[in-house]
Write a protein of this length. Structure first.
Length: 545
């Protein structure tokens, strides 16, 4: 089946519902609404401006901003002008920004809402011209509102073709330099159209956009799915207003990463301690009222599709949300297949798995246990890197680098990363992910990194959850030691975790311990803690940094 390409789909809504609101942007606590017709006018004017700046079909243009309505409009303007968008993470390092802009040879960059602006300005090469979105941002050559006023709407818009590259999404680079994933108009159209049909998303749905649009999942689940369904998209104004904005929007579709689901849970438990909440939820009628109040306070009382992705989510957390009436659907995909892979559909959820393949997507397990994907959403390749492309795309199959298992009903479970598997000094191979998942079930634990390459036994680095940092240390220590004892009883002798090392500082993007997509950088953590691990007192099971 041939899908309408993104610009054709936009034209459809422009014809069907031109004066219906598509984008809602809060500014200084006032919500500004943009209809499809207004978006069309602005996007065509910005497309004219890009043409006037000398951008020619196929040229690359960067987008560097937190989520906002103008992000969508700038992206659409690039499509109108036949250009290729290169999104940057708002949290990206200066070195990585410089690399991506030079590697992709971007001519222009859109600059919007950003933190730590002073650190970022020097990262942009002087050859790249700057356009400032209508927010406080880095110094720029041109201002968004001036360009809207100075340019007429572009009349001769670009006619998209399925095979043309629409965007280059650079991976977050857990090791080495980021790779530029080339996604075609056809691949993005196939994923969006198929998901909208499968999930029965339509123009009555409400989306809430706050996770980085430079990430394939947010781009797919919010921008492209809204373009194909006609759903309204509301943006968050700032981190400080996040909770208020979420309660205001009350989205019907909501996507979060595991770390955020944990933060939402902790926010609830700060108001109602866990044991008390469990007692209340068990009381008929009262339990239902309490659960409904929590959903309303979170702003998720209307949500019919709740998604978690980007990293494994603890089973205990899924069970907790289930008890308050929120079923989280875990999914699995990669930048290289535009996040279109497997998904737990509402009403067909199997906790612990990442769901069944989406329509038109084939999944199989290779002889070495690696998960392989094949569909029309696959990337065209890595930009300027034919060797990596040939290594990752073989015989039409995407080699994910993840290990997995498929059960009799077609549900996929991810069991770890092939490259994460390490060998102990005893010559035994260990996959860290399942063990980390067991330790992460503790409510005191925010994140875990199992390390053990060359060691007699593996050990776990533990970052405490915010609540644990406020609790009595003796209580936290007792619970963590009990978690370790219980876990080791179920592990094979060579898998048993010798020690827990509770780290002092949180793992963040800024200190290099996490990628912009909130994945831990194992190589960084292992190198950083190797000296401390070598000096551990073997007689104690738990150590504090």
């Amino acid at each position: 089946m041939t899908e309408q390409l993104p610009l054709q789909r936009f034209a459809h809504w422009l014809d069907e519902q031109p004066d219906r609101v598509w984008l809602r942007q809060p500014r200084k606590r006032v919500w500004h609404e943009l209809t499809w017709r207004q978006v069309d006018d602005q996007a065509r004017r910005i497309a004219s401006a890009l043409r006037a700046l000398g951008c020619e079909r196929g040229d690359r243009v960067a987008l560097f901003s937190k989520n906002c309505a103008e992000w969508f409009i700038a992206d659409l303007a690039m499509m109108f002008a036949g250009l290729v968008s290169v999104p940057l993470y708002p949290t990206q390092s200066s070195e990585s920004i410089d690399y991506v802009l030079r590697h992709s040879a971007c001519k222009v960059i859109f600059l919007g809402k950003l933190d730590d602006q002073d650190k970022l300005s020097d990262a942009i090469p002087g050859t790249v011209r700057r356009i400032a979105l209508p927010y406080p941002t880095l110094p720029a050559d041109y201002q968004w509102r001036d360009l809207l006023a100075q340019h007429e709407p572009l009349a001769d818009v670009h006619q998209q073709r399925p095979e043309e590259i629409l965007s280059i999404l650079y991976t977050s680079g857990t090791t080495g330099q980021p790779k530029g994933v080339m996604l075609s108009a056809g691949a993005m159209a196939f994923a969006a159209r198929s998901a909208v049909e499968e999930m029965k998303i339509d123009s009555t749905d409400q989306c809430f956009s706050y996770l980085p649009l430079s990430h394939a999942a947010e781009r797919f689940l919010v921008e492209l799915e809204s373009l194909y369904s006609g759903a309204t998209v509301s943006f968050v104004e700032s981190l400080e207003t996040f909770a208020e904005d979420l309660r205001h929007v009350r989205p019907t579709m909501f996507f979060a990463v595991p770390r955020l689901w944990t933060r939402f849970q902790l926010g609830v438990l700060e108001k109602v301690p866990g044991p008390k909440l469990e007692r209340l939820l068990r009381i008929p009628l009262l339990g239902a009222l309490v659960a409904r109040k929590i959903r309303r306070q979170l702003g998720l009382d209307r949500a019919r599709v709740l998604v978690s992705g980007a990293a494994p989510i603890p089973r205990a957390l899924l069970d907790w949300y289930q008890r308050i009436g929120l079923t989280i659907c875990e999914g699995y995909g990669m930048t290289e297949n535009f996040a279109y892979g497997t998904f737990n559909r509402p009403g067909q959820v199997r906790f612990g798995s990442v769901g069944r393949p989406m329509p038109g997507c084939e999944v199989r397990i290779d002889d070495n246990g690696e998960v392989l994907f094949r569909s029309r959403s696959l990337m065209s390749g890595y930009y300027l890197d034919p060797e990596k492309t040939a290594e990752t795309l073989r015989d039409g199959w995407l080699h994910t680098g993840d290990k997995g298992e498929i059960d009799a009903d077609g549900y996929l479970t991810i069991t770890g990363r092939i490259k994460d598997i390490f060998k102990t000094s005893k010559g035994k191979y260990i996959a860290p992910a399942p063990i980390e998942g067991e330790i992460a079930k503790s409510t005191w634990v925010e994140q875990v990194c199992l390390m053990g390459s060359g060691l007699d036994q593996p050990l776990a680095l533990v970052e405490l959850a915010p609540a644990a940092r406020q609790a009595v240390r003796e209580q936290v220590e007792r619970d963590l030691l009990e978690t370790l004892r219980s876990l080791n009883e179920r592990l094979l002798p060579y898998e048993r975790v010798s020690h827990l090392l509770v780290v002092r500082d949180a793992w963040t993007i800024d200190n290099g311990c996490m990628t912009p997509t909130m994945k831990i950088r194992r190589n960084v953590l292992e190198a950083r803690f190797a000296p401390r691990v070598a000096a551990l007192d073997a007689s104690r099971k738990l150590h504090w940094e």
